[in-house]
Design a binder for this molecule. Structure first.
Ligand SMILES: Nc1ncnc2c1ncn2[C@@H]1O[C@H](COP(=O)(O)OP(=O)(O)OP(=O)(O)O)[C@@H](O)[C@H]1O
Length: 339
């Protein structure tokens, strides 16, 4: 078990709207260890992206972080303002978006952009910044990196552009990269290659990844640990292989059951029966109860976090138990991942 570089504790992010305050992230906690990959999964609207943006301090009005901590190597990022947070972003924590053009400027050559990105945080010569940029492209498996540095983004394929975005995120060897569905738009074989590179990079560089995805096929091939979100809350965490083999939370079981046998990475995940609730109008108690095959009388009250001997946790009154692994304890407060 590696030391946690990122600890998210009881994070609460809300949006003030005309219909009231939406708790998009409601008490989310997890940890990611050095060189580990945490898959943050859930249906559309479950709060995955808002969690990622909150970690990076990218929530803007009418949104706000209303509580909790984001500890990067022990330093609380939620307390950093303006320049202090900007210095942190890119250098110690970086983001990769679904669309690489969120990172890349279409009218500048890749090399120009990467050299500027290096020198934004390190006062090195242009020549050294060029060398570091070339090495970063090589590290993510881009062939002929010198030539790519001389190209404009539109001269590269979608997969190559996403590799460049990952290379830029890696330029300063950050402790953590938050990746928001970065391979969703790519075709399956390219996606597979990039996931393999990311796994290798995490192992070799020690950078930890939070990989936001709706796609359980991606998580099963990439992640060490899983954090499943529903209606702004973490409903299950654990080692990825364990969660996929035997989910404890009925929602996770539903997500897994809805993955067709022939599911291809990148396909939209079919929905669990029923529809996701509006955050403005959540049922009392367990938000998943109206869709849950195990719902019972207790579900009108707030579910407890049940922890199991294998390090797993589920936010549920009636978790799916196995003979070998009954719940150890039940608490209504802290939620820890197995990372
Ligand atoms: N700027 C905003 N103003 C109001 N509500 C917002 C805003 N941004 C996000 N939300 C709400 O926060 C909730 C969580 O959104 P989020 O984008 O994190 O979900 P997600 O799990 O990443 O879904 P997807 O996979 O579709 O991106 C949603 O109900 C969304 O409508």
């Amino acid at each position: 078990m590696s030391e946690a570089v990122l600890r998210v504790k009881n994070l609460q992010t809300q949006f003030k709207t005309r219909t009231g305050t939406l708790k998009a992230v409601d008490g989310v906690s997890f940890e990611v260890g050095r060189g580990r990959i945490l898959g943050l999964v859930g249906e559309s609207g479950s709060g995955k992206s808002v969690t990622g943006y909150s970690i990076l301090g990218l929530i803007e009005a009418p949104g706000e972080i209303a509580g909790g901590e984001v500890l990067l190597n022990g330093r609380d990022l939620t307390r950093l303002k303006g320049d202090a947070m900007r210095r942190m972003r890119g250098a110690q924590i970086a983001m990769v978006f679904q669309d690489p053009m969120m990172t890349l400027n279409p009218v500048l050559k890749i090399g120009t952009q990467m050299i500027a990105a290096v020198r934004a945080h390190d006062k090195v010569s242009r020549k050294e910044a060029w060398t570091r940029s070339r090495d970063a492209l090589a590290k993510v498996g881009i062939p002929s990196p010198e030539e790519r540095l001389d190209a404009y983004p539109h001269q590269l394929s979608g997969g190559m552009r996403q590799r460049v975005a990952i290379a830029i995120a890696l330029l300063h060897s950050p402790a953590v990269i938050i990746a928001d569905e970065p391979t969703t738009a790519l075709d399956v074989s390219i996606q597979g290659q990039i996931l393999a590179e990311v796994r290798r990079l995490a192992d070799e560089t020690g950078t930890a990844f939070v990989w936001v995805t709706h796609d359980l096929a991606v998580v099963s091939s990439l992640a060490d640990d899983i954090c499943v979100m529903y209606a702004g809350r973490v409903v299950e965490t654990g080692a990825a292989a364990d969660v996929i083999a035997s989910p404890r939370h009925p929602y996770t079981a539903g997500l897994l059951a809805s993955v067709p046998a022939e599911h291809e990475p990148g396909e939209r995940l079919p929905q669990v029966p029923g529809s996701t609730p509006s955050l403005a109008n959540l049922p009392a108690g367990c938000a998943f109860a109206p869709r849950c095959f195990k719902a019972g009388p207790a579900c009108t009250t707030t579910p407890p976090v049940q922890t199991f001997a294998d390090g797993r946790s589920a936010l549920c009154h009636y978790p799916i138990e196995s003979d070998s692994c009954q719940p150890l304890s039940s608490t209504s407060t802290t939620y820890r991942s197995a990372s």
